[in-house]
Design a binder for this molecule. Structure first.
Ligand code: AKB
Length: 314
């Protein structure tokens, strides 16, 4: 039976990941942690611990008590926040990661942490971005993500820690809204479409980025963690994606359900700069070949799901 400790569980991925892992492995075998108690949402009122990932001793004590065999380290600041607070970003994203890796090493745990399309930079091939390619990102987030991938590889080769990761694209969900990311527009647009019938995008027209529906992201994490280790050539981290889209394409799809929907633009230079430094469309064939990555939602199916779920809530 698995026992999984999760950091950053109140983040966009952590919330849905915790719910799904509890369905599979049982509530008592999955312990979510974050810097605050859950004030609302599906984690409220269930077992939960406060943990600041910058405090190694507290993380190690919690691991001693709970005795997990797997650590899923989700705590991190997203790209736009990292640009606003680069020193804090380094502290949390890198300090938190090395603490988590140490806890995993000492406790002989399997380890997962997400990387991102942000690990690529302007000199990376923009289309069909290969699994192994140039990674010279120009943002603090990107620097953190590349360093994180290398650190996870190091913990595997040097100490034998079973580290695994994916390079997530923008993740789209109706359960927990993201905060501080560059790809957040692709979530906001659905909420604003249903509530107000219009959206002003901070990402400019024709700016393509990879995206994926959250259900597929959670499936990917579980599939990768359950994959046979012998099949994994690339560990940290696998390219994964389900679609490459730009704001107008999302708007066109939304208009099939909300015909009066209006999209306008007020481009934010920081987030636009980040988006332009990332690939347009990455190649996920290594993930497909090595552990069966197989996303189920394209833009059409995801749009139906997002609009229906948001309508039900409002
Ligand atoms: C962000 O926009 O910062 C994240 C990411 C692509 O890693 N969603």
């Amino acid at each position: 039976m698995k026992r999984i400790l999760i950091t950053g569980a109140l983040g966009q991925i952590g919330t849905e990941l915790t719910v799904r892992l509890r369905e599979i492995y049982g509530e008592e075998n999955v312990l979510p942690t974050d810097i605050n108690e859950p004030a609302e949402g599906p984690l409220r009122g269930k077992p939960f611990k406060i943990l600041d990932v910058r405090r190694y001793n507290e993380m190690a004590e919690l691991a001693d008590e709970f005795e997990p065999d797997t650590l899923m380290h989700m705590a991190a600041l997203l790209s736009a926040t990292c640009e606003e607070k680069p020193m804090i970003a380094w502290d949390i994203n890198m300090g938190g990661l090395v603490n988590a890796l140490e806890v995993a090493r000492k406790g002989k745990m399997k380890f997962f942490t997400p990387s991102s399309i942000g690990a690529f930079g302007p000199s990376t091939p923009k289309k069909d971005t290969p699994q192994t390619t140039i990674q010279r990102p120009t943002s603090m987030y990107g620097v953190n993500k590349v360093s994180g991938e290398l650190l996870c590889d190091y913990y595997h080769s040097k100490f034998g820690v079973d580290t695994r990761g994916v390079r997530f694209p923008g993740l789209i969900s109706h359960i927990k809204e993201p905060g501080g990311g560059t790809t957040d527009y692709a979530v906001e647009i659905f909420f604003e479409a249903v509530k107000n019938g219009r959206y002003t995008s901070y990402i400019g027209p024709g700016t393509y980025m990879d995206m994926m529906f959250m259900d597929d992201a959670i499936d990917a994490i579980i599939q990768l963690m359950e994959a046979d280790e012998d099949n994994l050539i690339d560990r940290n981290a696998f390219n994964v994606t389900a679609m490459s889209i730009e704001p107008e394409a999302v708007a066109d799809e939304i208009k099939k359900h909300i015909p009066d929907f209006e999209l306008s633009y007020n481009v934010d230079p920081v987030r636009q700069g980040l988006a332009e430094s990332w690939p347009d469309a990455i190649d996920a064939s290594a993930a497909k070949e090595q552990w069966g990555f197989n996303p189920k939602y394209d833009l059409e199916r995801m749009t139906v799901e997002m609009i229906n779920a948001i309508k039900e809530k409002s």
